[in-house]
Design a protein around this ligand. Structure first.
Ligand code: KIV
Length: 272
């Protein structure tokens, strides 16, 4: 059952809690550049995530690990210049918050000051609690991320569904409650069983946003390039493609190449 969309001039972390309380699902997508962010914001998205998935879809790396803090700030500042309404959450990249809480705070402050983003996201639970607390103490909103956390891919060894076993599921629930207790404003759950995700969402008062976590959560997030069908080799079960831009763009660009070769472009009307 859907609930009427609330009118917000600007979405804030407080608006997200209100949406959860009202039973309105939260929409979230990634964006990494000005032009795409302008379209996404104009279409009425609630949250734009400047995800470290930029490492994959923008830079072509196999994992999210190589992207740097400077690169995340560059992407985030381009996004922030485009938006009028959405809340902009920026990923803290691998290596910018795990080793030392002071460094975590410095990284978060750089993101807020240099990009103009509204909040940061980081991966993990109790193991990064000191970093989270320090960032929160500086007044910076933090979104958690549990389940399949891509920055730990070399620990997992695979991108398969997490927390299928009881022990990992219990730990995940405990970590989610912990993140809420220390003050995170929302949590992303990635690629976990739908029943577990629903249980987490029902146990927390802060919003739980899922990717590959079923429909019992408070909102959904997808990587923009995946849902637009620009990436065509990535086919997880949870992904719904709303367009097939890989094929459409290939067709358009091939046509342009043909037109240039045939001296069909530009024509008389396209010249000065
Ligand atoms: O970086 C990203 O795009 C993310 C989403 C998958 C949640 O963290």
């Amino acid at each position: 059952m859907s609930v009427a969309k609330r009118e917000y001039k600007r979405v804030t972390v407080k608006s997200l809690v209100e949406m959860k309380e009202a039973g309105e699902k939260i929409s979230m997508l990634t964006a990494y550049d000005y032009t795409m962010a302008k379209i996404v914001d104009g279409a009425g998205i609630d949250v734009i995530l400047v995800g470290d998935s930029a490492s994959n879809v923008m830079a072509g790396h196999e994992t999210t690990l190589p992207i740097t803090l400077d690169q995340m700030i560059y992407h985030a500042s381009s996004v922030v210049r485009a938006i009028n309404r959405a809340l902009v959450v920026v990923d803290l990249p691998f290596g910018s918050y795990q080793s030392d809480p002071k460094e975590a705070l410095r990284s978060a402050i750089r993101i807020m000051k240099e990009s103009g983003g509204h909040a940061v996201k980081l991966e993990g639970g109790k193991e990064v609690k000191e970093s989270i607390k320090r960032i929160l103490n500086a007044g910076i909103p933090v979104m958690g991320h549990l389940g399949l956390t891509p920055q730990s891919i070399y620990k997992f060894g695979t991108y398969t569904v997490r927390a299928k076993e009881d022990q990992e599921a219990e730990e995940l629930l405990e970590n989610a409650k912990f993140l809420e207790k220390i003050g995170c404003f929302a949590v992303v759950l990635e690629k976990i069983p739908a029943a577990l995700a629903k249980k987490v969402a029902e146990s927390l008062t802060i919003p739980v946003i899922g990717i590959g976590a079923g429909n019992g959560v408070d909102g959904q997030v997808l990587v923009l390039h995946d849902m637009l069908g620009m990436t065509h080799e990535f086919n997880p079960r949870f992904l719904r493609r709303y367009l097939h831009l890989y094929e459409e763009m290939t067709k358009a660009i091939s046509q342009y190449v043909e037109d240039v070769k045939a001296v069909d472009f530009p024509n008389e009307d396209e010249m000065y």
